[in-house]
Design a protein around this ligand. Structure first.
Ligand SMILES: CC(C)(COP(=O)(O)OP(=O)(O)OC[C@H]1O[C@@H](n2cnc3c(N)ncnc32)[C@H](O)[C@@H]1OP(=O)(O)O)[C@@H](O)C(=O)NCCC(=O)NCCS
Length: 194
C-alpha cells in the first residue's frame, strides 16, 4: 500500500474519487449519511489550499484516505463548541475523515494513514492537539449491525481520549430520507514535538 499526499491541484483532480469514498462509506452505520456529489465536491474542495489529504493507493486504485485542517478553518458547527468550552480552535488540528473501503480494513492501513498525517501536523503546524469527532448513537439503534466495530477501540489504541464537555450538534439527511440532528463527541490527543 502506497500512502501519497495530495497537493491542492491534486485534491481538485481527485474530488470524485474522494467523494466516492465518503458517499459509499458514510452510508454505513453509525453515519447512515445520504450525501450528494455536488455537496461532497464542494466540501472536499475546501481542503485544497488549507488542508491535508493523504491517499492510500493499491497500485492505481484508491483504497482509502485521511483528511484534516486546522479546526479554526472548519465550519461554525464544529468550532462553536470549542469556543463555548473556552478552548482555542487554532490549537486543534481537526481530522475530518479516515476512510477505507471494506476489503482494505484491518491490515494496518488506517493506522499508517493516521500516523503519517500526525507526523505532517507535527512538522508543519503549530497545533497543540489532534482531534476528530464521532457520532453518538443509542446502543439499541435498529440499524446497528451485529458485527459492528466501534471506532473507539482504534481511537484508544492510537492514544486519543474523549474531550469532556465538548459536543457538536449537526443535522444531515439519513439513508431513510429523514433529516435529523445528531450529537458528535470529540476525541483528542496532544501533539508531541521532539
Ligand atoms: C476505522 C478505520 C479507518 C481503521 O482502519 P484499518 O486499516 O481498518 O485499521 P488498522 O488495521 O490500522 O487497525 C485495526 C483496528 O481498526 C479497528 N477497526 C477495524 N475495522 C473497523 C471498522 N469497520 N470500523 C471501525 N473500526 C474498525 C479495530 O479497532 C481494529 O483493531 P482491533 O480489532 O484490534 O481493535 C477503517 O476500519 C474504516 O475505514 N472504517 C470505516 C469508516 C470509519 O468508521 N472511519 C472513521 C471515522 S471517519
Amino acid at each position: 500500500m502506497l500512502i501519497r499526499e495530495l497537493n491542492g491541484h491534486e485534491i481538485i483532480a481527485h474530488l470524485d474519487q474522494l467523494a466516492d469514498l465518503r458517499l459509499g462509506i458514510f452510508r454505513e452505520y453509525p453515519y447512515l449519511y445520504d450525501g450528494n456529489r455536488d455537496g461532497e465536491r464542494r466540501y472536499l474542495g475546501s481542503y485544497a489550499g488549507k488542508g491535508l489529504v493523504l491517499l492510500a493507493l493499491d497500485t492505481e486504485q484508491v483504497a482509502g484516505a485521511i483528511t484534516g485542517m486546522s479546526l479554526a478553518d472548519e465550519t461554525p458547527a464544529l468550532v462553536a463548541p470549542f469556543h463555548a468550552a473556552g478552548l482555542a480552535p487554532q490549537e486543534y488540528f481537526y481530522i475530518g475523515e479516515l476512510l477505507l473501503y471494506a476489503p482494505y480494513r484491518n491490515h494496518g492501513t488506517g493506522s499508517l494513514l493516521l500516523t503519517r498525517l500526525e507526523q505532517l501536523v507535527e512538522e508543519r503546524t503549530s497545533c497543540r492537539h489532534y482531534c476528530f469527532a464521532t457520532v453518538v448513537r443509542p446502543d439499541n439503534h435498529p440499524e446497528k449491525p451485529v458485527d459492528f466495530v466501534s471506532i473507539e477501540r482504534f481511537s484508544h489504541r492510537h492514544g486519543y481520549r474523549l474531550l469532556p464537555g465538548v459536543s457538536a450538534r449537526i443535522a444531515w439527511q439519513e439513508i431513510d430520507g429523514q433529516t435529523t440532528t445528531k450529537r458528535l463527541d470529540f476525541w483528542q490527543k496532544e501533539v508531541k514535538r521532539r
